[in-house]
Design a binder for this molecule. Structure first.
Ligand SMILES: [Zn+2]
Length: 191
């Protein structure tokens, strides 16, 4: 009986995570990666819980973004990415001491934690440009560790994400903004 209960709870946790991720407009591949549910079940969950809602949720098709340059294209984006990476580190989805961190595939608990990071991020950064899918791309890229790095500015103590392949390394985006060396409006609309 207990085995049946545990299986039911495990199944329910996967459904709960899938529904939560659909609410964040995650792509089917991302939901499948964390929950192991097949495309047909994900499609049915979307149809059942979201399709005819008052506030429509878009179903994202196709592949998840894999390019990293948009994550650091402007100072604002480098700062946004820095905030999100700090949340990932604090929530154990990413580890600097034991890189890259715990395995994510079919890990329902960490899938929920990623959703929590995103929920917190949306509260911390109003009108952020980082979507849920881009935040997952950021997580995956940071775990690969070959293109994006996290830097800490000695002057203003802010953490930001930088492109490791771009030389010389980009200056601290917060200091640039504080010094007025970047037109904020221009940087915002360049996204
Ligand atoms: Zn700085």
């Amino acid at each position: 009986m207990r085995a049946t209960d545990d299986r039911y709870r495990g199944e329910q946790a996967r459904f709960d995570l899938a529904i939560r991720m659909i609410g964040h407009e995650a792509r089917t591949g991302t939901i499948r990666f964390f929950t192991g549910l097949n495309d047909d079940r994900i499609r049915k969950l979307y149809a059942r819980y979201f399709k005819y809602n008052d506030a429509p949720v878009r179903r994202q098709r196709g592949r998840s973004p894999t390019r990293v340059s948009p994550l650091v294209r402007t100072p604002q984006r480098a700062l946004e990415s820095g905030v999100f990476v700090n949340l990932l580190l604090a929530n154990g989805l990413l580890s600097l001491e034991a890189p890259p961190g715990p395995p994510l595939k079919l890990n329902v608990d960490l899938g929920h934690r990623l959703c929590e990071c995103f929920d917190t991020f949306v509260l911390l950064v109003p009108r952020a440009s980082l979507s849920f899918e881009w935040s997952f791309n950021l997580l995956a890229s940071m775990r690969r560790g070959d293109e994006l790095g996290i830097a800490h500015c000695e002057v203003c103590s802010i953490c930001y994400v930088f492109d490791m392949l771009s030389l010389p390394r980009a200056a601290c985006p917060a200091c640039l903004l504080f010094e007025g060396r970047v037109d904020v409006e221009l940087a915002l609309t360049a996204s």
